[in-house]
Design a binder for this molecule. Structure first.
Ligand SMILES: Cc1cc2nc3c(=O)[nH]c(=O)nc-3n(C[C@H](O)[C@H](O)[C@H](O)COP(=O)(O)OP(=O)(O)OC[C@H]3O[C@@H](n4cnc5c(N)ncnc54)[C@H](O)[C@@H]3O)c2cc1C
Length: 488
């Protein structure tokens, strides 16, 4: 038991569930397995697992798992949770400074909403340099004529998958796919020192010197004990979720008026076509894009009132959204003519989640900052994308909540302190989980901003580690200076 006692001293707090269990009932079998389970480490190569030991509450509403050994699977200078647009940029930026980087991703590919979500369009990337410009260059060079015409901002998700894997491998990022972060551990100084994950390899612990939460939903920060905000109002109302899909079987010249890249009128034409044929899509701005050689993407549904933290609700929304996509495609096919061979190539494995937790940072971007066009001395990037709150419910079946736009919008800066967690040390955030209010989030959340935020957070994590300072003890201008000195 000595190793357990030692680790208890080092790891003061772990949030792996926090159940309160009353007087307990346990089967003899469960108790008997406790000793074995608490000291043994499973060998995943052979398919071995640890048996769960614990006690069931009398009312059978809670199961209290008993203490068990969790193997340390890896140790890195910087650990990034989530391999979406923000996460891959954070991992690349950190690894390119020469520190060791562990990237943990629950999906079977990198890219987040770009790939698992089948997004196909990068917004607000035109004014960005660094990794965002590099990725647009790669998507253009390896993509179709349409990717070239749009400077890589309309991209093929399969190209994105391979580009992101290759760049991360080349930079020396250690990638772990199929692995979900489920806990975080802070030490006696309130500094994040480890995270816990679950995968086919069982429960594992990962140690690092600096952490970057790019999970979109702020999972790492929440588990570490950070305060956060969700949605708007007392009911935490959030923007709807949407599932994207890839289609084929139509001729781009024949459906040109409906293709988004020909102008915003295309969405209205598509809506009219659907409504004229008896279909009311739950998203009233159906967006069809031609990606390459007769492959299209479509976004045409809204799932309202779904919490990003309610797996049952997300499951139901996923099933409903997929059904709606197939129903819409079937309806279009029934029109006949140019639509008669339309079919679904793939629906996204991951329904698109617009909003999760907004983790409290050392600066919080507000609607005032958006309205006034904030200029900040520690700007990591400038957002030009407007306020974009999709309808919060289906009342009136609106696509956008225009009432949130009343304060106006000017291009504004994302300050570095908005990426630094306020309530624990050693943790940065990037992407849609950074610190900001509901309105500001609706604008900075798009991926052309997630990437430079990730790049900044990754760089800050690496530089702060090398300088033996915590991220909040550094100014963004100093971080930039340091990184430029190192790579002239
Ligand atoms: C339907 C929809 C349409 C959109 N349209 C556009 C658009 O056209 N253009 C645009 O630029 N933006 C668009 N956005 C916004 C944009 O996609 C997101 O805000 C953006 O993805 C933010 O990037 P991110 O890296 O923070 O998050 P994500 O892309 O969500 O990436 C988070 C990553 O973390 C992983 N992850 C999550 N939790 C865990 C965990 N516990 N353990 C391990 N891994 C985890 C996820 O699998 C994912 O890979 C859209 C969003 C949605 C939902």
């Amino acid at each position: 038991m000595e190793p357990l006692r030692r680790s208890r001293r080092r790891f003061l707090q772990t949030t792996a569930g926090g159940l309160v269990v009353s007087a307990s009932l346990a089967s003899a079998d469960t108790i008997a397995s406790e000793d074995v389970a608490s000291t043994r480490v499973a060998n995943p190569v052979s398919g071995d697992v640890l048996r769960s030991a614990g006690v069931l509450s009398e009312d059978k509403q809670h199961f209290m798992q008993l203490q068990r050994v969790v193997p340390v699977a890896g140790q890195a200078d910087v650990l990034v949770c989530g391999g979406g647009p923000a996460g891959i940029a954070a991992a690349l930026a950190a690894a390119r400074t020469g520190v060791s980087v562990q990237l943990i991703e629950v999906a079977g590919c990198l890219g987040g909403v770009w790939t698992s979500g089948l997004l196909t369009k990068i917004l607000d990337s035109e004014n960005k340099s660094g990794i965002m410009a590099e990725l647009l260059g790669e998507f253009t060079a390896r993509g179709s004529a349409i990717a070239a015409q749009t400077n890589g901002s309309v991209y093929d998700p399969e190209i994105a998958k391979i580009v992101l894997e290759e760049l991360c491998i080349e930079a020396g990022v250690a990638i772990r796919l199929h692995t979900r972060l489920v806990g975080a551990v802070t030490d006696e100084n309130n500094r994040v020192v480890a995270v816990l994950t679950e995968s086919k390899s069982g429960r594992e612990a990962w140690l690092a010197e600096r952490f970057v939460d790019c999970s979109g939903d702020g999972d790492l920060a929440a588990h570490a004990g950070c305060k956060f905000d969700v949605g708007t109002g007392k009911d935490c109302e959030c923007q709807p979720m949407s599932m994207l899909a890839l289609l084929t079987g139509i001729n781009p010249d024949e459906v040109k008026p409906f293709i988004r890249e020909t102008g915003s009128e295309a969405k209205r034409r598509m809506l009219k076509l659907l409504e004229d044929n008896g279909v009311k899509p739950s998203y009233r701005a159906p967006t069809l894009r031609h990606l390459h050689s007769g492959i299209y993407s479509i976004m045409t549904n809204h799932e309202y009132g779904i919490s990003a933290f309610d797996a049952d609700a997300i499951t139901a929304a996923t099933i409903r959204a997929r059904r709606e996509i197939h129903a819409i495609v079937n309806a279009l096919r029934k029109i006949g003519g140019v639509w008669s061979n339309l079919s679904v190539v793939a629906t996204a494995e991951q329904i698109g989640v617009r909003e999760g937790r907004r983790i409290r940072g050392r600066y919080s971007i507000t609607s005032r900052d958006v309205a006034n066009g904030l200029r900040h001395e520690q700007a990591v990037c400038r957002v030009t994308f407007p306020i974009d709150v999709h309808a919060l419910n289906d009342l009136g079946n609106k696509e956008i909540e225009r009432k949130f736009k009343t304060d106006g919008h000017e291009p504004y800066d994302v300050p570095y302190p908005a990426l630094v967690a306020n309530d624990v040390d050693g943790l940065l955030m990037a992407g849609r989980c950074i610190s900001g209010d509901f309105i500001a989030h609706s604008s900075y959340r798009v991926t052309g901003n997630a990437v430079p935020m990730g790049e900044a957070a990754g760089l800050a994590a690496a530089v702060s580690f090398k300088k033996n300072l915590l991220p909040h003890q550094l100014d963004w201008r100093e971080i930039k200076r340091e990184s430029e000195i190192e790579s002239p």
